[in-house]
Design a protein. Structure first.
Length: 261
């Protein structure tokens, strides 16, 4: 039985606590909150999980008295192992899934997701116990890795938010577009983004793009809506090109093809 303690009883920390407890072979000794003393947190456990916000991980790790036999890991996607300096067994375990609530998070952590790991072998053992897939991401690749993760989750949600706002201008709910969103995401993952891409930017139908821009210009906050739309048309246009053309740096956005006055 692996005994573990968590620092940070937020969504990530409680999701992992519940998930590990559910799979068995792991015994949680609870979570320490913001004002709890943490100096002895690594004592009496095999694993200490630091599940605080990223900007607190280094400070919290430094406040914990090192125990050579205890693995200390954090759950941050953007941070490397240097923030755990002073602990001989250091690791990072970042789940590639949103954890909106502890209950939903615990279920998702056991659903076969991918975990980005580095450092101590305990991180791989945890991923295996949860039934997950493992990718190794070293300190030098952490920032780019986390940027990709943020685009995949945060930016996608923000883009769906724009769908909701534009649809509302013609009296339609977001639910009306749910099937389209799910099908497009599924196609992109199964066929590859380039083969899944459809729409006016793919076809070079710039008259339609301009009509879209005119409609968006009538919306409140139109500058932001247009900027987002133009950026995505630019990315769609790049994606529709041959791979050799995609490598060329963009110089003028949509103005390059005469679509922006």
């Amino acid at each position: 039985m692996t005994r573990f303690r968590t620092i940070g009883p937020g969504r990530a920390g409680r999701s992992l606590m519940a998930a590990l407890t559910a799979v068995g072979d792991y015994e949680s000794l609870g979570a320490l909150g913001r004002n709890a003393p943490v100096a002895g947190a690594a004592t009496g456990v095999d694993l200490l999980v630091i599940a605080t916000p990223d900007d607190e991980v280094r400070k919290v790790a430094a406040a914990v008295r090192p125990v050579d036999t205890t693995a200390v890991i954090h759950l941050s996607g953007s941070l490397g192992l240097e923030v755990l300096t002073g602990h001989s067994r250091r690791g990072s375990l970042h789940p590639l899934t949103p954890l909106p609530t502890p209950a939903v998070g615990a279920e998702r952590l056991r659903s076969g997701i991918t975990f980005a790991v580095s450092g101590d072998p305990m991180t791989r053992q945890l991923a295996a116990a949860l039934g997950g897939q493992v990718v190794e991401v070293g300190d030098d690749a952490r920032t780019a890795y986390h940027a990709a993760a943020s685009i995949a989750a945060n930016h996608l949600v923000a883009l769906i938010g724009q769908v909701e706002r534009v649809a509302a201008t013609v009296g339609l709910p977001l639910d009306a577009f749910a099937g389209l969103v799910r099908a497009a995401a599924s196609d992109a993952l199964e066929l590859g983004p380039r083969h899944a891409l459809t729409g006016p930017a793919r076809r070079g139908d710039w008259d339609t793009v301009e009509r879209h821009r005119t409609a968006l210009s009538a919306m409140a906050g139109h500058r932001t809506e247009l900027a987002a739309y133009d950026a995505m048309v630019g990315l769609a246009r790049r994606l529709s090109m041959d791979p050799s053309e995609q490598a060329a740096p963009a110089t003028g956005g949509l103005a390059e093809v005469g679509q922006v006055a």
